[in-house]
Design a protein around this ligand. Structure first.
Ligand code: ADP
Ligand code: F6P
Length: 607
């Protein structure tokens, strides 16, 4: 029987903000909250997260608000003490992980205190989940804030079904390697039964990181952690289209706003950009490209307007404050230098806006301009497309947003190339009606089809499948022989061929291959086995010949096979030989005994 769904994310759909004497409750920013809210509303389940504030945690009126969230919306708050909240959210999560995962390693800041806060916050989240958990529940952990949580939960709830979805990109392994505490993060993630990413590219980069950091091989859809399989998937997130289309169809405020804007911008083409004011969204790059466009195209002068919505975000962090200053400067420069008394080329809104307004703007815009320098998905692109049922409008989309992988009918841009971006915007404004309609209709149908409900359903189905594979996976492994059986067979045999694997067999896997040197007890054991006249002992490894020589050169009477069988060194030989057919023949000459064929058509006899 399937139990409840427990969603765990840093953000709840609502955020508390301290104002004067009380609190304001606001819609949480970001794609995660936008996507998960309708899904939970439809499917039911508990949502565990942080309210976004950490001051005056004891106040009675604050508690009453949170109690209300729990009662009405099944949203359960995790309380983080102020120093933990700061180190966790403004520290490790958003100044260490966020820049590295978005390919901005130069913005990385790291303090071990912030890391400790990150660990502590994950631990506090774990307690909150364990407190609510009942057998058969499905636990769904979200995003980079909680990368340690899957393993922390696994330690306490070994049988629980635990899934993890990463909303942001996973970086290339070169960039991932710069991350302080990268090993702990990977170990934390591997506690899950299912790990899902926005795109295949991100999934592949995760696998590459496992290989580079732990030397851990994986299949495209699975990695084994001991005898436990962890399922890997690429699952691009969608939106709940009716959240937007319903407002378009029947909301009076949306209709009134829309009518007002149509009148205000009549005769002008409208470009729209909606972003959190985050350096990954490419806002300054867009503004510079827009200035370039206006300077280079006299026809567009007075005939176009760019509406840039920039939702404030992470304002306690210096980088974000610097970004705001830079954007304010560019806005002033564009309007000051290029505007006229009749025309303001850039409308800049640096505040949160209502969903009704947002939908009106989507409907109004001739072009939606998504210029992320790096983005997990970008739901704004999908929301815009959902608001274009008639096939009007053009989506201009950064090729560095996850959305580009499934929205190929958009006009794709490299936002770092400001001149060509400007040219693409010009093309978008001039696109002939038929092409525009074809592109938009295809996109619209796909966004409606690949919606967030389908995504959620697929994630949960895969999670259950992954859990049911646990037992099956173990069953398909070769049966382990009991030590007694091995001893009896060994004693009975008149001659014995022992082919021994090294890493993970004679010594445990190490984080770095060079740390797995054989301890004296292993060398003594190998020497004892190899010196027994009835034994033929071979050590077979993927390691290099030089490495095996260095570690096992002193063990007399033992065969060495390096690089998974590419090189062979018989006992007491001075040099290595490539393991090809003629070498296989020489093996027969060396030994004279037949222990059965080696692999392959040219295989000879081993000892
Ligand atoms: P990210 O998650 O990085 O912020 P996305 O584009 O994926 O980027 O998601 C942004 C989400 O924020 C969208 O669903 C968008 O509708 C929503 N949004 C836009 N404006 C606001 C606002 N003023 N308040 C809250 N959410 C907003
Ligand atoms: O969608 C990506 C995301 O990073 C969410 O995880 C996050 O909640 C959101 O963007 C907004 O950022 P923040 O929570 O810092 O306001």
């Amino acid at each position: 029987m399937i139990g409840r769904l427990i969603v765990v994310s840093n953000r709840l759909p609502l955020t508390l903000r301290k104002v004067d004497e009380g609190w304001a409750t606001e819609r949480s920013p970001g794609g995660l909250a936008s996507a998960m809210k309708p899904l939970l509303r439809r499917n039911g389940g508990d949502w565990i997260g942080w309210a976004g504030d950490s001051a005056e945690l004891d106040r009675e009126d604050r508690r009453a608000i949170l109690h209300d969230w729990a009662q009405k919306d099944h949203c359960f708050t995790v309380e983080l003490p102020p120093d933990v909240a700061t180190g966790f959210y403004e520290g490790y999560a958003n100044q260490t992980l966020w820049p590295v995962f978005h390919n901005f390693p130069s913005q990385l800041k790291f303090e071990s205190k912030a890391w400790e806060a990150y660990v502590e916050a994950n631990r506090i989240f774990r307690e909150a989940v364990v407190e609510r958990y009942k057998p058969n529940d499905l636990i769904w952990v979200h995003d980079y804030h909680l990368m340690l949580l899957p393993q922390m939960l696994r330690d306490k709830l070994p049988d629980a079904a635990i899934g993890f979805f990463l909303h942001i990109p996973f970086p290339s392994s070169e960039i991932f390697l710069v991350l302080p505490r990268r090993e702990e993060l990977l170990e934390g993630l591997l506690g899950a039964d299912l790990l899902a990413f926005q795109t295949h590219g991100h999934l592949q980069q995760f696998r590459a990181a496992l290989l580079r950091v732990f030397g851990m091989e994986s299949k495209i859809e699975q990695v084994a952690v001991g005898s436990r399989p962890v399922r890997l998937e690429a699952l691009p997130i969608g939106i709940a289209p009716e959240e937007y289309t319903d407002l378009l169809k029947s909301d009076k405020t949306t209709a009134a706003q829309y009518a007002e804007w149509v009148a205000r911008y009549s005769g002008r083409k409208v470009l729209l950009a909606v972003d959190r004011l985050d350096y990954t969204k490419g806002v300054p790059e867009r503004l510079r490209a827009y200035a370039h466009l206006l300077r280079s195209s006299s026809e567009l002068k007075e005939n176009v307007v760019l509406i840039q919505i920039a939702v404030p975000t992470r304002e306690g962090i210096d980088t974000y404050q610097d970004l705001r200053t830079e954007v304010n400067r560019l806005v002033g420069e564009i309007n000051g230098k290029l505007g006229t008394p009749e025309w303001t080329p850039l409308v800049y809104i640096n505040r949160s806006i209502e969903r009704t307004e947002l939908v009106g703007l989507y409907k109004l815009a001739d072009v939606c301009w998504v210029g992320s320098l790096r983005d997990g998905m970008n739901l704004v692109a999908k929301e815009y497309v959902a608001c274009k049922p008639e096939g009007d409008g053009v989506l201009v989309l950064s090729e560095f947003a996850g959305a580009a992988a499934e929205m190929g009918e958009a006009l794709l841009i490299n936002p770092f190339d400001e001149e060509r971006t400007a040219a693409t915007i010009e093309r978008a404004l001039a696109l002939d009606e038929q092409e525009r309609c074809q592109r938009m209709t295809t996109l619209h149908n796909r966004v409606l089809r690949n919606n967030v409900f389908r995504w959620g359903y697929r994630f949960l189905a895969l999670l259950q499948e992954a859990v049911s594979e646990r037992g099956r996976y173990i069953d398909t492994q070769p049966q382990r022989l009991r030590p007694g059986e091995i001893r009896d067979a060994y004693t009975r045999a008149s001659r014995r061929l022992l082919i021994l694997d090294y890493d993970g067999t004679l010594v445990p896997f190490a984080k770095r291959p060079q740390q797995a040197a054989p301890p004296p007890v292993v060398l003594d054991l190998l020497s004892a086995l190899a010196s027994e006249p009835r034994n033929c002992v071979a050590l077979m490894s993927g390691r290099s010949a030089e490495n095996l020589d260095r570690w096992f050169g002193t063990v007399r009477g033992m065969w060495l096979v390096a690089e998974h069988g590419a090189e062979l060194k018989p006992p007491s030989a001075a040099t290595w030989e490539p393991l090809r057919s003629q070498v296989a023949h020489r093996l027969e000459v060396y030994s004279g005994a037949n222990f059965g064929a080696l692999h392959g058509p040219h295989a000879g006899k081993f000892c």
